[in-house]
Design a protein around this ligand. Structure first.
Ligand code: NAD
Length: 451
């Protein structure tokens, strides 16, 4: 039996990044994946949604091209063709990951692995009836969709999670989305742009509750005007075969009907296969880790969604880099700049943020000044975003004059939020930001205009 330096459970962005980094450094790695490598992000998350959203945006833009002086007649779409293209994009990227892992030090095992036993020196794992031994274990088992305990929700064929929605070959005739978070609002965008009537039911007083609410208000206004029915402070009390019952903020009850109900109220860490690790410390269902992703067990590490921290693919990948860097004793030891993690919501317009909001700064007792500018201060934005105003907000530490956060809505802010991440990550002052030259004409210039 081979003995590996590290056994990795799960081949998503955390697992494959760790496997690539460790094996390329000459360490023997065994990586277990029960589905396709690439994990949720690549197979049933980020990439397939962005492929479909891009198709929907093309159709939507063609249908609304008149404002740019273009008349397009008989604009139509073929959802099955969009799905086919999505599958091809995913397949190519999965093949690319397999290629990256194709080296003499990396063994990829296809199957569901489980930990059999663990000592401080050795972890034993079973997969497909074979036993594997490793000095270290890295848990990258990701997360699964959370189904809230609402009567009528379980085993209801009308109820979808995001994986069902992505797999469907036909569009629903109408849809209710339970949960106005990131998944909920991205699917609301997809269906709305393809002409499906959409209702969003959000339990909190606002959609996307963790984001800057002034930015969210811009989206909310646009989506409501466009006809998306968004109900906030609304609780689902029961799910039926063709809809659901809710209680609104005022305690009033109501019923809504739809062809499908998409439930997107968050995800939970996936701990399957870890049952033998009875001493593994958990917090709110996620694996507890230190700043180098080590768990409370000496040779056991965890990265990505399974830690229940920030469920983003780019965080998972960075956690894996830091974790393997520490295991390889690379000097200087790297850490994760959790204060500068960018995130994007692929609505139309897009939302992109990094760093703290003014509300979070207030909770942390940091005195801030907040700068605001409509995106229309950018010439390129004006040229390409007819009828939109957008918004850019910058949260600045009043005393140090450093950039603490940037929050934006307006296309294509996802493509330049990384520039704001540099500023937040490196603690740039306004004066230092002023010295950065932004290309003209680009929407990114808003980061200069706002100073
Ligand atoms: P989320 O936490 O972003 O949103 C869940 C929403 O559901 C919240 O607004 C919450 O208030 C609401 N909610 C909870 N219970 C409810 C109930 N019973 N009725 C109505 N509303 C309820 O979770 P998600 O959208 O499911 O996404 C899961 C994870 O995947 C998140 O961590 C998210 O960041 C990540 N993700 C990221 C991206 C991206 O980066 N673009 C895209 C998709 C998913």
């Amino acid at each position: 039996m081979n003995r590996y330096f590290i056994a990795i459970l799960g081949g998503g962005p955390a697992g494959y990044t760790a496997a690539e980094k460790a094996s390329k450094a000459g360490k023997d790695v065994v990586l277990f994946e029960q589905n396709a490598v690439g994990g949720t992000c690549l197979n049933v998350g980020c990439i397939p949604t962005k492929s479909l959203l891009y198709g929907a945006k093309q159709y939507y833009n063609a249908s609304h091209a008149q404002k740019y002086g273009v008349t397009a007649e008989n604009v139509a779409f073929d959802f099955a063709a969009m799905q086919k293209r999505k599958t091809i994009v995913v397949r190519k990227l999965v093949a690319g990951i397999k290629q990256r892992l194709n080296n003499e030090h990396c063994t990829l095992v296809s199957g569901a692995a489980r930990v059999l036993s663990r000592t401080d020196e050795l972890v034993t794992i079973e997969c497909n009836g074979e036993t594997y031994e490793a000095e270290n274990l890295l848990i990258c088992t990701g997360s699964t969709n959370f189904v809230p305990p609402i009567p009528g929700i379980q085993d209801n064929p009308a109820v979808w999670d995001s994986t069902d929605a992505l797999a469907a070959q036909e569009l629903p005739k109408s849809i209710i989305i339970v949960g106005g978070g990131v998944i909920g609002m991205e699917f609301a965008t997809l269906y709305h742009e393809l002409g499906v009537p959409v209702t969003v039911i959000e339990a909190m007083p606002t959609i996307l509750p963790n984001l800057d609410q002034e930015v969210v208000a811009v989206l909310l206004e646009k989506y409501r005007k466009a006809g998306i029915n968004i109900l906030t402070s609304t609780k689902v009390t029961a799910v039926t075969d063709n809809g659901l019952r809710v209680t609104g903020a005022d305690g009033e009850e109501a019923s809504f009907e739809a062809d499908k109900i998409l439930v997107s109220v968050g995800r939970r860490a996936n701990l399957q296969g870890l049952e033998a690790l009875t001493d593994l410390e958990l917090y709110r269902g996620g694996v507890v880790v230190d700043e180098f992703m080590k768990t409370n067990l000496d040779n056991v590490y965890a990265c990505g969604d399974v830690t229940g921290k920030i469920m983003l693919a780019h965080v998972a990948a960075r956690q894996a880099e830091v974790c393997i860097g520490r295991l390889l004793r690379q000097i200087p030891l790297q850490r994760i700049a959790y204060n500068a993690i960018p995130s994007v919501v692929y609505t139309n317009p897009e939302i992109a943020t990094v760093g703290i909001t003014e509300q979070q700064a207030a909770e942390m007792n940091i005195e801030t000044e907040v700068r605001r500018l409509p995106m229309t201060f950018s010439g390129r934005f004006m040229a390409e975003n007819e009828g939109e105003t957008g918004l850019c907000k910058m949260v600045v530490d009043s005393k140090k004059q450093t950039v603490l956060g940037v929050h934006m809505i307006g296309n294509p802010c996802s493509e330049f939020v990384a520039a704001a991440s540099f500023a937040v990550r490196n603690g740039y002052t306004i004066q230092e930001m002023e010295q950065v030259v932004f290309p003209h004409p680009t929407v990114s210039e808003i980061l200069h205009e706002i100073l």
